[in-house]
Write a protein that binds this ligand. Structure first.
Ligand code: 5GP
Ligand code: MG
Length: 193
């Protein structure tokens, strides 16, 4: 694309890792991998909000199986860029998933604590099966032994934002995924409300 046509990079990004178009292409191929695993059968998508909203919405639209959707909210980073302490469930499931095939979706697999916590919660509810899908995987950061069944992209240990991923609830609406500039990793000077 000629430079004049290229949308300007958000000024708070140090670099763009994946453009909106690259993400959409990978989401479509991931949907193909997921359909190959489930065949034509029904399954229940459990999405970890808020981070996985964009990914879940786009992925679901590429899948024509009968699907149900539920969401779980896990305590967030707050205004930090590193996982601290143990994640907590803030809001749990509404649907009954007993004897149902479940696909758990998160935005990013980092230390693995979030996916491990929610996987255990789901397993305790006796689903017919549980598979996991993450858009991004920071493999080098794992603190607990867990891998996802479906992974969009592996990324290095950098704090990323966009396409649902936030810093202090901002930047979720960027269509691309990029690395937040270190000098922007502060909320000092932000207008609240
Ligand atoms: P884990 O429990 O695996 O350490 O962390 C998973 C959660 O941490 C993700 O659901 C996501 O909310 C958050 N997280 C981990 N790495 C990043 C990152 O680079 N950027 C953002 N915005 N969130 C992240
Ligand atoms: Mg999250």
């Amino acid at each position: 694309m000629p430079n004049a046509m290229r949308p300007a990079m958000h000024p708070d990004l140090a670099e763009v890792l994946f453009s909106g178009e690259q993400i959409q292409r990978r989401v479509r191929s991931l949907a193909g991998e997921i359909k190959a695993a489930y065949g034509d059968g029904e399954f229940t998508i459990v999405s970890l909000i808020n981070g996985a909203v964009m990914f879940t919405a786009d992925l679901m639209r590429e899948i024509d199986n009968p699907v149900r959707l539920d969401c779980i909210r896990v305590s967030s980073y707050g205004h930090q860029t590193k996982s601290i302490g143990t994640p907590q469930i803030v809001h749990s499931l509404t649907l009954d998933i007993r004897q149902r095939h479940v696909l758990l979706i998160d935005d990013i697999l980092d230390t693995g604590k979030t996916l491990q916590l929610v996987s255990r919660l789901i397993q305790d509810l006796s689903p017919a099966s549980l598979r996991t899908c993450v858009l991004l995987d920071k493999k080098g950061r794992r603190e607990v032994p867990i891998e996802a069944n479906f992974v969009g992209f592996e990324i290095p240990d950098k704090f990323v934002i966009g396409y649902g991923l936030d810093f202090a609830e901002r930047y979720r609406n960027l269509p691309c995924i990029g690395v937040l500039r270190p000098d922007r990793q502060t909320t000092a000077g932000w207008v609240s409300g």
